[in-house]
Design a protein around this ligand. Structure first.
Ligand code: ACM
Ligand code: ZN
Length: 722
């Protein structure tokens, strides 16, 4: 009797289970998901068919992931355009004997395919193991924002065509539909222009015999590359097949040092002061008064317009060093003739001239937010707000369509916590801050919200070049899982946020990221020390490793460590290619701040004086660049006992304003110095010195650094353990 009751209960539970299969954790959250009974099984015999020729690429894309063939018609998985749906909207119907993906247009079908991948085992992202099942359901879904973008800076770090295409695949899996390539900047020109081939062939490389100086850690070699127009067409097609539009950015009129290094005639006619830079002209803006500049830019932009099928071409407009125009007799004359009183007006003039060139090619301008400061640009201009929410709101209030990407939320080159790589000038934030974004939470009024086209994240790559850019690990670490959160906020219609529940879904999504081969960032392990026991934990299925100071190995962490020295252990977690930063008990990161004096063969900057570094405040600066034999001397009031001392020229996290080449000398008595090693990216790390250090001298062995000064950081000194 009891056995029969059990059987009935079991049957009912199984039925409920199959009808009400748990809603899968699809990111971004679909608008409507309805489960139904049963499952569809994909076997090697299944076929995909596209109901119209325009969906051929979509069918191939799906087939390549499912590992099955394509049939002209009557396939088990049907792709269809349904004119009753909006362009990117889709309806995905999974029944026991068939799957239908209907989209309003090509993009809608791809969005449906992307969701289908998430209903399948994660192996779909490398090699799907067949047979594979999908629970029956209907999903009706459409994006909240038409612009779900990502900007990749391929200038500061050269990123190959193949690597960009691999990254496009990852963006597509997250329903990102725009990729802006930042193709020109001070450090490189990355796109072939057939009418001016030298731009890419020369300007795609820096260092060595290139007129563009080495930068960002790539000092000893000529380094770089560029995309031929054929390469770009291949990338555009690859992206388009995945519902991603590649938009070019030619950053003008500032950020043009690479161009000016090849073509100094684009610059204003006044002679710059070259003495503090050994003849290096650091001016980076096109002269606004030279008609020849507009002719050159017309050649360039016309080719760009022909190559790209986008409605918009991004023409930059950020951070223009307008002091150059204030010193140029011709720019001053132009301003007087036009009745301009501010250089921003001259920039508006410049951008309008470029907008005219684009209009003649049937294109519209997209610009960074500063470009609208000096006057009205054509109504069709799209403004990319990066400086802050305020600038985004102002542009929206002035009637421009806006892509919202303030650095404080969307610059994924920023650090994710204070002890991680990246920059911090905009903010330090991880995926949680991105996930918290809604137009209302950012303070947009209803009226302003109507002008939001969507969100875009960016990855500026200054700090990537010195971090083994031949592998995508740094790019991945900085951008994932922040892109997962971007995907949710840019797609999902909801303004409500539940961070805990999103985190659980994101951890489920980690299985997919693992199969995609993404080296994403895991949340740091939580480390506690209580009653003599040091413990670490994670909640994301990752494996914990521990490293004891003085040992070379990381071993599996399995249980709390009984110790009286919690500062002697470091923990990391890993799963797949993903990893967390290393974490220690708070006592690990204690620093020493011994009194010292800073002196140098180079004079100090009048305001960023050596005292700033001496006081362990902000960094100090010299008032000229460095030459062979220049030195910086740190003399400690008392010899310092430590486990590590780091002395750095340049910016933290970014090899710039540094001694490009040099060495350190260490003194234990303040009188005699011994060799202390070569500088790496402008810094020396002295580990486990066997005696207290009285002084360290950094000596420069290279001429100049491409800038007007050298930055000097306060020392970073760690106490000895135990
Ligand atoms: C920018 O970050 N300069 C757009
Ligand atoms: Zn000028």
């Amino acid at each position: 009797m009891r056995y029969r009751v059990f059987l009935i209960l079991f049957a009912v539970a199984t039925m409920i289970g199959s009808v009400m299969a748990a809603e899968p954790s699809v990111i971004p959250t679909p608008r409507r998901y309805v489960a139904s009974e049963g499952e569809f099984t994909i076997t090697a015999k299944c076929r995909i068919s596209a109901e119209s020729a325009e969906l051929c690429d979509a069918a191939n894309y799906l087939a390549s992931h499912l590992g099955i063939g394509i049939a002209d018609k009557g396939g088990d998985i049907t792709l269809r355009v349904d004119a009753s749906l909006a362009r990117e909207e889709y309806r995905l119907t999974v029944e026991q004997d068939r799957v239908v993906i209907a989209g309003g247009g090509y993009g809608g079908v791809i969005n449906g395919i992307t969701t289908l991948y998430e209903l399948l085992p994660p192996s779909v992202y490398n090699t799907l193991v067949l047979p594979a099942t999908v629970d029956c359901c209907t999903i009706e879904d459409s994006p909240r924002f038409e612009h779900r973008g990502f900007m990749l800076d391929v200038c500061r770090t050269w990123i190959t065509k193949e690597a960009v295409m691999e990254f496009i695949d990852l963006l597509a899996y997250h329903k990102i539909n725009k990729l802006r390539l930042h193709l020109t900047d001070d450090e490189a020109w990355r796109l072939e222009i057939k009418s001016h081939p030298e731009l890419a062939m020369v300007g795609g490389f820096r260092g060595g015999d290139s007129p563009i100086w080495a930068r960002y850690g790539k000092w000893s070699e000529k380094w770089g590359g560029y995309y031929t127009q054929e390469d770009m067409r291949e990338m555009i097609a690859h992206a388009r097949a995945r519902n991603i539009e590649i938009m070019p950015e030619i950053d003008l009129p500032g950020h043009s040092l690479a161009m000016a290094s090849m073509h100094p005639e684009i610059l204003c006619s006044y002679k710059p002061d070259l003495s503090s830079t050994f003849g290096y002209d650091t001016r980076s803006a096109f002269c606004a008064s030279k008609e020849s500049n507009y002719e050159l830019l017309s050649d360039i932009l016309t080719e760009v317009c022909e190559l790209f099928d986008t409605e918009y071409i991004h023409i930059g407009g950020d951070e223009v060093e307008t002091s150059q125009w204030k010193r140029c007799p011709e720019c001053k004359a132009l301003m007087a003739a036009k009745g301009y009183t501010a250089p921003e007006q001259l920039q508006a003039y410049f951008m309008t001239r470029l907008a005219d060139i684009l209009a003649a090619c049937g294109k519209r301008p997209a610009v960074w937010n500063e470009a609208i400061d000096g006057g009205r640009l054509p109504e069709s201009t799209v403004v990319y707000g990066w400086e802050g929410v305020k600038e985004c709101r102002e542009a929206a209030a002035r009637g421009y369509k806006v892509v919202v990407m303030p650095g404080q939320y969307f610059y994924f080159d920023m650090k994710q916590s204070s002890h991680e790589p990246g920059h911090d000038w905009a903010a330090i934030f991880d995926w949680r801050k991105v996930y918290g974004v809604t137009p209302a939470a950012l303070g947009f009024t209803q009226q302003e919200q109507r002008n939001i086209l969507g969100f875009e994240a960016s990855f500026f790559s200054e700090a990537y070049a010195s971090r083994n850019p031949e592998k995508p690990d740094y790019l991945h670490y900085q951008t994932f899982p922040r892109i997962v959160a971007l995907s949710e906020v840019a797609w999902s219609g909801s303004d409500s946020r539940d961070e805990r529940s999103f985190y659980k879904r994101m951890v489920a999504h980690y299985d997919r990221l693992d199969c995609m081969g993404v080296a994403y960032r895991l949340m740091p392990p939580v480390v506690t020390y209580e009653n003599g026991k040091l413990s670490a934990s994670v909640d994301d299925g990752a494996t914990l490793y521990v490293h004891e100071v003085g040992s070379d190995v990381w071993r599996n962490y399995t249980e709390p460590i009984t110790t009286s020295s919690p500062d002697c252990y470091l923990f990391v977690s890993r799963r797949g290619k993903a990893l967390s930063r290393d974490v220690a008990h708070a006592s690990y990161s204690k620093r020493l701040t011994p009194q010292f004096t800073l002196s140098s063969s180079m004079p100090q900057h009048p305001t960023m004086t050596f005292a700033k570094a001496q006081n362990y405040g902000r960094l100090a600066r010299t008032s000229r660049t460095c030459d062979v034999g220049d030195w910086i001397l740190y003399t400690f009031a008392q010899p310092v006992t430590c486990r590590r001392m780091v002395l750095s020229t340049g910016n933290f996290q970014l090899p710039r304003f540094i001694f490009e080449q040099g060495y350190a000398e260490i003194s234990y008595d303040g009188k005699t110095f011994v060799h202390g090693g070569q500088l790496k990216n402008g810094a020396i790390i002295i580990d486990n010195p066997n005696r207290p250090i009285k002084a360290v001298r950094l000596v420069c062995t290279s001429r100049g650094n491409g800038d007007r000064f050298v930055s000097i950081q306060p020392p970073v000194i760690y106490p000895k353990h135990r």
